[in-house]
Design a protein around this ligand. Structure first.
Ligand code: HSE
Length: 310
């Protein structure tokens, strides 16, 4: 019997212009799993976190990740997973990706690291598919690898770690609004007008160039989304007015976090992130919507072991 305790961080997908292809990892906030491997063939999942989750393991994102891992390495085993800490599902900071990444990373450690980083991302994407009805890696890849990650291609998976310049903090607000990722994906049109596509890939290039050169202004002005945000912002009351207030407070950019309903402000100093966080909180309070705000550093650390028992 062997047991590992694993942490995987929260993450923010899209980073404005990078729908399904760019994501960043956040510091400290994340999921913790304990995974035990023994002889046999089966899977149990026990929830000891403060977050209510369905009892049916077929509805838990960890299940397809564990199965995909075992299928890839061609082994069977009894796997018992205990969810010790969990980001609230639907909070918009990659709750399903944190569990999926922790499960993939922990399984790899238990079996002597047979899979590459790309293969682990593919396993974690099985969890994302269960949660959102789509194979995207812009939460799972940063949750596994840390930092800011570009998914240059999906067929085959081609992952590029981008530099995290300076001292980046995100203020993230999670308003008490329900937006299911599945629904937020289904409302997107299947085709993008050429004019918007041109603006979008200009921004993706600008964001990557800004991250490499440390050009903070270029990063900020590149984080504009013409693909998903125009359709999704209807779920977030007063979105345009909120962005103006947040940018006036000193933030570099404000965008929907992944598919929402959370919104994040990227800032180049903790004090600016605190100021943006206050603006975000006030906005929803003035509309009578309860919200939670976190100010978190962008982190270079991805999934990691926090304990092993043999
Ligand atoms: N890139 C995905 C989306 C992230 O925007 O739908 C989901 O969190």
């Amino acid at each position: 019997m062997k047991k590992v305790r694993v942490f995987a961080p929260a993450s923010i997908a899209n980073m404005g212009c990078g729908f399904d292809v760019i994501g960043l990892a956040l510091d400290e906030v994340g999921d913790i799993l304990e995974i035990t491997q023994s002889e046999g063939d089966g899977l149990t999942i026990t929830n000891r976190s403060n977050v209510p989750l369905p009892d049916d393991i077929e509805k838990n994102v960890i299940t397809p990740v564990v199965r995909s891992f075992l299928r890839r390495i061609g082994k069977t085993a009894q796997i018992d997973v205990c969810i010790c800490e969990k980001i609230f599902p639907g909070s918009g900071i990659g709750s399903s990706a944190a569990s999926s990444a922790a499960a993939a990373y922990g399984m790899n450690e238990l079996f002597g690291c047979p899979l590459s980083e790309e293969e682990l991302v593919l396993c974690a994407m099985e969890g994302e598919n269960l949660a959102s009805g789509g194979y995207h890696a812009d939460n799972a890849a940063p949750a596994l690898l840390g930092g800011i990650v570009l998914i240059r291609g999906y067929e085959p998976l081609d992952i590029v770690s981008l530099p995290v310049p300076g001292n980046f903090y995100c203020a993230v607000v999670h308003p008490d609004i329900v937006v299911a990722t599945k629904e937020a994906r289904e409302i997107l049109p299947k085709a993008v007008p050429m004019h918007d596509a041109v603006r979008q890939w200009g921004n993706v290039g600008g964001l990557v160039a800004g991250l490499y050169s440390g050009n903070i202004d270029l990063i900020g002005r590149s984080m504009q989304d013409f693909v998903a945000e125009p359709y999704r912002k209807q779920f977030i009351p007063g979105f345009d007015e909120l962005r103006k207030k947040v940018l006036d407070s000193g933030a570099l950019a404000m965008n929907i976090s992944g598919s929402g309903p959370s919104v994040f402000a990227l800032c180049d100093h903790k004090n600016k992130a605190n100021a943006a966080g206050w603006v975000l909180k006030q906005h929803f309070e003035s509309l009578g919507i309860h919200s939670n705000v976190y100010v978190v550093k962008v982190s270079n650390k991805g999934a990691k072991l926090t304990g092993i028992t043999i």
